[in-house]
Ligand binder design. Structure first.
Ligand SMILES: [Zn+2]
Length: 247
């Protein structure tokens, strides 16, 4: 049987994760490095030096310039609530290692917390993941294609035009021939008019040209746009079409 390199690529095993982030002290150290690995920076005045102390077992920093006190969790999604850092870190591990969107119910069982706490934790993490993605748009060699999710309910008509399916633009950033990052954005369809708002939100005068090519491949009847010969020369993909380079 042929080995799929993607499926066999190295990841972070649960054993290794527990070795590195299994205790509150290890998670504290990891969070401190993530926040101030290049040196403390006062969130109030940007000063770079602070006194460090503990109060009720928690680490605090007091700015030497303005005396502002801050904790490791201050200004993060972990600031409020009493869940230990080990729970947050294990939740992050489970959510990022799961190929199939882990359910709040599964998080509840794995983390040993209430369903409500698991649901809140999951949605806070998803929110910051979305915010982070928005800050770092895909760059360089980006390929886009259409994608559809859903279709499990009966009715709604066949094929990609089914009202049961949600249409997405799938965009993949490639580096040295390998996929690096991917994003999926729901759209109202694949007409040029429907894709234009997506293009505008993604910094897109040049990308719109490629959207036009995508539309040309997908919806020539809807838009009157035609696929360029060079698009087809790279061979067909799913549905006889293929991803379109975007940058
Ligand atoms: Zn300060």
């Amino acid at each position: 049987m042929a080995i799929n390199e993607i499926q066999f690529q190295e990841g972070l095993s649960l054993a290794q994760f527990m070795k590195e982030c299994g205790t509150e002290e290890q998670c504290e150290a990891a969070l401190a490095t993530a926040r101030w690995g290049r040196g403390f920076k006062c969130p109030h005045c940007d000063h770079g030096a602070a006194y460090e102390f503990r109060r009720n077992g928690n680490r605090y920093w007091e700015c030497k310039a303005c005396r502002h006190q801050t904790s490791l969790r201050a200004g993060t999604i972990m600031e409020h609530g009493r869940l230990p850092l080990t729970t947050w870190y294990l939740a992050i591990y489970l959510m990022t290692q799961s190929k199939t969107n882990i359910a709040a119910l599964a998080l509840m069982r794995q983390l040993g917390i209430s369903w409500k706490a698991a649901w809140l934790l999951k949605h806070k993490l998803m929110e910051v993941m979305v915010q982070r993605e928005a800050r770092y748009p895909l760059e360089g060699d980006v390929r886009i294609d259409d994608a559809y999710l859903g279709g499990e309910r009966t009715g709604g008509g066949p094929g990609r035009g089914s009202s049961n399916k949600v249409a997405f633009v799938a965009a993949v950033e490639m580096r040295e021939g390998r996929p690096q990052r991917v994003r999926f954005d729901p759209v109202n369809g694949f007409s040029f008019a429907a894709l234009t708002p997506w293009g505008r939100t993604r910094d897109c005068a040049r990308k719109l040209r490629h959207l036009r090519r995508l539309v040309g491949l997908r919806s020539t009847k809807e838009t009157g746009l035609c696929a360029q010969d060079s698009d087809r020369s790279q061979g067909p993909g799913r549905d006889g079409n293929r991803a379109v380079p975007m940058a």
